[in-house]
Design a protein around this ligand. Structure first.
Ligand code: ATP
Length: 357
């Protein structure tokens, strides 16, 4: 069993930065788990604290049945792959892969066979005598993975594993990594700031902010049912529109517009209740003419995204309800108090308006 359990895990760096703030998290045995969040939210610190490369200031880390909080990295049975792969440039691929086995004093014969087996699994058999400088980025990444795998650790920790690869290679490596993790079934935690990567690869994702976990869920859960406005605004290739709304019978009143109440909200909201309405730009339709009951606004920016365009509209405050008195402070944030609100719509190719429409 190699589940990872963190309880009230805290890391305060010298100088007082609280990078992890009494964080609770459970990662299941065999899970492919992503840590996602904006720069500085504590992802790398969390990974390094699981690895034992950072000493926790408080709380605990368990791997399986063992409390590893006070153990050095070498005693935790974890392998970490660093963003820059950290290969030894003067060693061959063979020696790089065999290095951790040597440190563990594995005898020469089984070292040789384990290195050869791992190299074969990662399609590196033909490259064993080369040095890292003679390899492509993708090959270097596979050597780093091979080095991590050779010892058959209980847990893999991957820090931005794909960020050094170009866009095409990245997609290839993504598929490869997912297949490998499925085959090995080893609990794997990876850090990324690329949400498309997290959504594509992970069984579950933890979205972090300011050293805390804001939501843990499957990719579908964090995308479709964000737990708060932070996650709603962070997940999605285009940020979710968040506007002030009021429940009005079976509809939502957004300023003068009337929008259908989502099916699953029946029974969970009361008539007259004020809330923040989140709707993804992909789920709004754009019409060049004014439609009664719809949000209206002026087109300010049109961004071409390839097969679709992202249209930003400036919607007057009285159309988003932002000028209603009595707005609560439950995260309505940007919308409340603003005189105009920007609402974004994804428009299929050919239907794009011009700024000023
Ligand atoms: P990024 O995506 O930019 O890599 P991250 O989410 O991985 O960011 P961390 O690197 O874990 O974030 O940093 C979390 C916070 O801790 C940041 O405010 C950072 O400045 C601070 N921090 C990280 N390492 C140290 C250190 N060695 N000493 C002091 N503060 C640090």
């Amino acid at each position: 069993m190699s589940a990872i359990t963190m309880r009230e895990l805290t890391k305060v760096y010298p100088g007082g930065v609280r990078a992890l703030d009494a964080l609770d998290l459970e990662i299941a045995d065999g899970e492919f788990f992503a840590l996602l969040g904006p720069s500085g939210c504590g992802k790398t610190t969390l990974l390094r604290t699981i690895a034992g490369l950072e000493v926790a200031s408080g709380g605990s880390v368990r791997i399986g049945e063992r409390d590893v909080t006070g153990l050095p990295p070498g005693k935790r049975d974890v392998a970490m792959v660093f963003q820059d792969y950290a290969l030894f440039p003067h060693m061959t691929v063979r020696d790089n892969i065999a290095y951790p086995l040597r440190i563990k004093k594995v005898d020469r014969r089984s070292r040789g066979s384990k290195t050869a087996d791992t190299a074969e699994e990662l399609d590196l058999s033909g490259l064993l005598e080369r040095r890292p400088g003679q390899l492509s980025g993708g090959q270097q990444q596979r050597v780093a993975l091979a080095r991590a795998m050779a010892c058959h650790p209980q847990v893999f920790l991957l820090d931005e594993p794909l960020s050094n690869l170009d866009a095409r290679l990245r997609l290839e490596a993504r598929t490869f990594l997912k297949r490998l993790q499925r085959e090995l079934g080893v609990t794997t935690v990876f850090v990324t700031h690329d949400q498309a990567e997290a959504l594509a690869l992970a069984d579950r994702i933890a979205v972090m902010e300011g050293g805390r976990i804001r939501q843990v869920g499957t990719p579908t859960e964090v995308f479709r049912r964000p737990a708060n406005t932070f996650v709603a605004g962070f997940i999605g290739s285009t940020p979710m529109n968040l506007v002030d709304a009021r429940v009005h019978g079976d509809e939502l009143a957004v300023g003068r517009a009337r929008l259908p109440l989502p099916d699953d909200s029946h029974g969970r909201v009361t008539d007259g209740e004020r809330l923040v309405y989140g709707i993804r730009p992909e789920y709004l339709d754009y019409s060049p003419t004014v439609v009664p009951g719809a949000l209206t606004g002026e087109v300010v920016v049109v961004e071409n995204l390839g097969s679709v365009s992202l249209v930003s509209l400036d919607v007057p405050a009285d159309d988003t309800g932002a000028d209603d008195s009595g707005a609560d402070d439950s995260g309505a944030g940007d919308a409340a108090g603003a005189e105009r609100t920007s609402v974004q719509v994804v428009v299929p190719e050919g239907g794009e308006p011009e700024p000023g429409d």
